[in-house]
Every structure is written in C-alpha cells, then in structure tokens.
Design a protein around this ligand. Sequence first.
Ligand SMILES: Cc1cc2nc3c(=O)[nH]c(=O)nc-3n(C[C@H](O)[C@H](O)[C@H](O)COP(=O)(O)O)c2cc1C
Length: 148
Amino acid sequence: MAAIRILTGSVYGGALLTAKAIKQALESEGHSVTVLDNPILDDITSNDDALLVCTSTTGQGEIPPNLLPFYLSLREQLPQQPGRPFGVIVLGDSSYGDTFCGAGDLLEEALCETAAYKLGDTLRIDALETTEPELEALDWVAHWVGNL
Ligand SMILES: Cc1cc2nc3c(=O)[nH]c(=O)nc-3n(C[C@H](O)[C@H](O)[C@H](O)COP(=O)(O)O)c2cc1C
C-alpha cells in the first residue's frame, strides 16, 4: 500500500473535486492519501510520500493561486528529492492553444529540478472533451498507483 500526497491547484473546483475522487478511490483500496489544497513546501519535505500533482491551468498557462506559493517556494529552494516518484494530472482547455495545460508543465519542470522521478506520462484533461475530469483521472491513477 502506498502513501500519496496530492498537490491540488484549482480555480473553479474541478481539479479539487478530481483530487477528492482520487483520494476516495485509492483509500477504498487501502492506500493512504492526503489532499493538499493550500500546500506549503514543508508538506512534501517532512515526509517521503509519492506525489501527485492535480492542477488546473489559469491565466495564460499559469498555476492557480492556491498552488502558486508552493510552486514559487519549490523553484526558489529546490529541496532535493532524488528518486521520489511523482505524477501529473492537469486540467486545461485546448482552445487556449499554446498554453494548453501549461500549469502541469511548470510543476513537472520544477519537480524534475529537485531530481524527483516522473512516473507515467502526464494526463492532460481537456475541458472541451469532457465535463467529468474525475472519470479520466480515475482510470489513469489506477494504472499509475500500480507502478509505484
Ligand atoms: C480565466 C481562465 C484562464 C484559463 N487559462 C487556461 C490556459 O491558459 N490553458 C489551459 O489549458 N486552460 C485554461 N483555462 C481552462 C481551465 O484550466 C479549465 O477550464 C479547467 O477545467 C478548470 O479547472 P478548475 O475548475 O479546477 O479551475 C482557463 C480558464 C479560465 C476561466
């Protein structure tokens, strides 16, 4: 059984609902899951749980305000996390063109700079394609957690 911390960034609640659905599904299988809605750096440096980013994209490819302070601290301090597994689920809207799902790319870059290990391909959920992001996320996460 795995211990997982979900770093959530959300403006309108879709990514947060998705994170909560993931928590419910994984805990029913015996995993331990913490959803972090306003994370700080200490939330990841105080433990070695696997990390799952579950964020939407705002502005022009930007990170939602509730996740932005964490991201900025991470970039500034780059606490080294060699080999620590992380996955990325990012919500966006392909009508935004080049900035589609940009928040996920920013988080990925920053985590890679800490030497954390990216497990699995990023799941990009397109608001043009689905109104139920949690359904895509649950399929993806079932596979992801099996590889931890
Ligand atoms: C003001 C605004 C800006 C957005 N900017 C982007 C963007 O740059 N790239 C993108 O892929 N999606 C963008 N989106 C789409 C959201 O990421 C998408 O609707 C997402 O599902 C919202 O999730 P949330 O409910 O967790 O905030 C934007 C949405 C809004 C309202």
